[in-house]
Design a protein around this ligand. Sequence first.
Ligand code: ZN
Length: 239
Amino acid sequence: MSDPIRVTVWNEFRHEKTHPRVKEIYPDGIHNVIAGFLKQQGFEVRTATLDEPDHGLDDNKLDSTDVLIWWGHMAHHEVSDHIVDKVQQRVLNGMGLIVLHSGHFSKIFRRMMGTSCDLKWRDDDYERIWVVSPGHPIVEGVDQYFELPEEMYGEPFDIPQPDELVLISWFRGGEVFRSGCCYTRGAGRIFYFRPGHETLPTYHNENVQKIISNAVRWAAPRFTPVRVFGNTQPVEKRA
Ligand code: ZN
């Protein structure tokens, strides 16, 4: 059996401390709910939060992370650029990155995309998430669609065209949104997954858990890539 995939679940962990409804749904934080179902899948899981030293992402932790999951919303600006630089470098070298919901505005996602990552939004809507790439490993075990009470995110979503688009959402208000987007940056794989508003029990949903677990397997590096850059000698030697 191969070594388990090492996952670090990063959460801003602010709403849970200040908002009674969020505290009720996620008493130990969104990160611990995500860590809980991932552990049941056999992954080796640790958590990290904004207010820890280095936001819980010191070099040791990052170097032993295969896939980093990111949830943030109200304090994106408090994430230090120095840590964002390090995470970006790890992704380019092969670490997987899964960005959830309001993480679309995180420094790391905007850095990796190079666009504003802006979108439309509205509270209290209802979402039907359609699988548009049946057979893609990220939607293994998911039916053709599922539904959730959710916040609305609407197009245009200012991202580069995804390498693969796996999920599209429709909302009761009529908007649509690219909800499951795959990218490669350097040697790393990135997956953006839309649902996960903090006042709703989205991360307790079976389909959402299945997609995040599948995305961890998809984003995990398969081997240590060889990446050689810079000035170099000719491969062919002149006679
Ligand atoms: Zn939200």
